[in-house]
Write a protein that binds this ligand. Structure first.
Ligand SMILES: Nc1ncnc2c1ncn2[C@@H]1O[C@H](COP(=O)(O)OP(=O)(O)O)[C@@H](O)[C@H]1O
Ligand SMILES: CC(=O)N[C@@H](CCC(=O)OP(=O)(O)O)C(=O)O
Length: 259
């Protein structure tokens, strides 16, 4: 059985068609795949913070997180978004269970080295034992990216980084579902989507500012995962018909990240 970690971000969350969720359920029912969902929700957090008149800023795609911001992050991700995704899967005919990285010590984390980011965490270890009984019960785990520290404190973890850590722990394939058909590069004024991207190429594109914002943690997590033997990492558009099925059948879709 193949495990696939499907991470979708806030950029595409509200645009994902029901066909996408039906494809997730199809994979599960095929018995050849075990899908595990990790979701983001960055734009919804930003919206809620703005409604509450709390300022928010990003550094290289990571949100500076005060304890006031962290309350909102947890409320939006582990409450609103997580349960919406569980319901979407049910409406597509599947059965899902929503948990956060805090539950059962799933994502054990510590504060990132860049202290200017505040309560942002990096994953130290993944307690994959939490997922096994859920999988055995034919449930699709839906995970919100918060982490728990050794003293029970919580951290805000970027969704892409959380997904890569889970893929590394389970040795599963990693599928970043976003709102773009892959990584863009402009050549002679023409924007095209790369079918593959290597580490050297990505580094150059980050330096040139061609890869920016939320794409930076995504691509960095992709290489981190590949380095730890994750067999395949792809960035694709979840609104494109059959994109997930093409991925599962090994057809070329989106941008494949290669070492
Ligand atoms: N070279 C690039 N190619 C494609 N998208 C890029 C690139 N550089 C930056 N981006 C941005 O990255 C975004 C996807 O990252 P992010 O907003 O974090 O998405 P998600 O919420 O799906 O994780 C795209 O919507 C796009 O605005
Ligand atoms: C540390 C950090 O930046 N955490 C993210 C968590 C949500 C996320 O990753 O959402 P997307 O997948 O939509 O980007 C945030 O606070 O926005």
């Amino acid at each position: 059985m193949n495990t696939v970690i499907i991470k979708f971000g806030g950029s595409v969350l509200e645009e994902l068609p029901s066909a996408f969720y039906q494809d997730v359920v199809k994979l599960q029912e095929s018995k050849e795949w075990q899908p595990i969902i990790v979701h983001g929700g960055g734009p919804l957090i930003t919206q809620m913070l703005s409604d509450l008149a709390v300022e928010t800023t990003f550094v290289n795609g990571m949100r500076k997180t005060t304890s006031e911001v962290l309350d909102v992050v947890e409320m939006v991700l582990s409450g609103k978004v997580n349960k919406q995704v569980v319901r979407n899967i049910k409406q597509a005919g599947g059965r899902a269970i929503g948990i956060s990285g805090v539950d059962g010590d799933l994502l054990q984390a510590k504060q990132v080295e860049n202290r200017k980011l505040g309560l942002v965490g990096q994953v130290e270890s993944v307690n994959k034992d939490v997922l096994q009984p859920l999988i055995q019960d034919n449930l699709i785990p839906v995970i919100s990216p918060l982490g728990i520290g050794s003293n029970g404190e919580r951290y805000n973890i970027n969704g892409d980084i959380a997904a890569a850590a889970i893929a590394k722990a389970l040795g599963g394939k990693l599928c970043f579902v976003s709102n773009i058909p892959g990584i863009y590069r402009e050549e002679n004024g023409v924007k095209r989507v790369l079918t593959h991207i290597s580490e050297a190429e990505a580094k150059g594109m980050i330096e040139e500012g061609v890869i920016k914002e939320g794409m930076i943690p995504k691509i960095q997590s992709a290489f981190d995962a590949l380095m730890y033997k994750v067999p395949k990492v792809v960035i694709l558009d979840g609104t494109e018909k059959d994109s997930l099925i093409s991925f599962s059948e090994g057809r070329s879709v989106g941008t494949q990240v290669v070492l």
